[in-house]
Ligand binder design. Sequence first.
Ligand code: NAP
Length: 478
Amino acid sequence: MEDNILKQSLWIGGEYRPAATYTELKNPFNLKHIADIAVAGKDDVLDAIASAYQASAKLAALPAYVRAEILEKVAGFLKEEREECAKIISQEAAKPIKAARAEVDRTIMTYTFASHEARRIHGETVPMDAAPGGEGRLAFTVREPIGVIAAITPFNFPMNLVAHKVGPAIAAGNPVVLKPASQTPLSAYKIAEFFHRAGLPHGALNVVTGSGRSVGDILMKDDRIKMITFTGSPEVGRYIRENSGLKRVTLELGSNSAVIVDEGVNLEKIIPRIVTGAFSYQGQVCISIQRIFVHENLLEAFTEQFIEEVKKLKIGNPLDEDTDISALISRGDVQRTKEWVEEAVASGAGIKIGGSITDGIYQPTVLVDVDTSEKVSCEEIFAPVVHINRFKTMNEAIEMVNDSKYGLQAGIFTDNIHYGLQAAKRLEVGGVMINDIPTFRVDQMPYGGVKLSGMGREGIKYAVEEMSELKLISFKME
Ligand code: NAP
């Protein structure tokens, strides 16, 4: 083992636990060895579950204001160590440093919202006498913690998507066993350290690293786990749903998000925004723009100006201040992207820019004339590849967006209020962004998908609802 390489042990029961084996973590940009990460064995995962289970009563008994203060402190530590956290994200995920800082800022907001929500979890009174036989009763609901939650998270927002699970879980009084993506464990361990410093009871947050399949199978089978909250690919989401028995499961999965550009809109204003939506973090965002549908009267001007804007993207080392695009999460994903683009081109698609690999980085790529049956269109590409197609009528555009097995968010730029409202009603997605990109998200809004994009909603208030049980209390007064 090389000198000065961080050896990251498991975090169980409020302390570091060495593992029997460790695996090398490499920077996806330069493939340098950055840390050795503990691989949890079966007993380690079972101990993490036992620790969380033992912490349940203690956490549930903490007053709301104490849970809120812990979450506020975590947000404060993130503010103090913003640059260090951004560098962790940038190095383990090859996220351009500007985007990594933006993720830390969002993570601060997510824990801040979680601390607010912790203070306002409440039920409501129920008018029992609205039904014959219900007279003479005073009834109300309360929200109680659901119990131990297993959180399984992806690589692409390693701090903020952990926050979207750990934040509402702690706000609602539930202990967590967190299994972060194997490529991005350091962000998760950093957050565990912050919670420890903030005074979270031992065992209320445990972090176990190792292969998703082996850790996941233990979490799914254990009856002490009451809920699995998963963000990741549809294939793994389906596997979890099918193997989790009666546990509550929420799934935040992938998408091939689309944006509609109607005639009459101001191209200078919207094109930089659409380029951001398509290429931020190399297109590895679950709501990245993959399909652009442009009114035929605008198509030529749009395509020309879009290409000019794409040319401005700076490609390089994620730690360089001006980098917009860096390496994909693995060389395997570079190869997959190359194959999908080549298949589309072989079937008649045209490459307007990109389509090549330089120093291991897949270049930002714009395709035209793509058949919707091509993988670059109908599957989630999760790479810096976007395609532009034309439409004649708004009806046709909405049908093209809906012609997808996914449905996370969609965007429409239009000056026509009727088209905006029509799109809002008819688009089969979890969120419609009128006059914005589908990639827009702030962390308190309800967020989640339909179809293969998942089930359940995040956005702290909504996740707290998923992570609590509603109990009815009825007083018979006569
Ligand atoms: P992934 O391969 O599905 O992995 C996600 C997590 O699941 C990782 O922690 C992974 O562990 C674990 N895992 C893998 N196999 C498992 C199994 N059999 N049982 C239990 N857990 C298992 O996804 P990813 O490549 O990290 O992330 C990209 C995907 O996430 C994209 O599809 C993207 O759209 C989606 N995503 C969705 C949202 C949303 O909010 N809707 C947000 C972000 C990302 P290992 O890393 O050890 O394999």
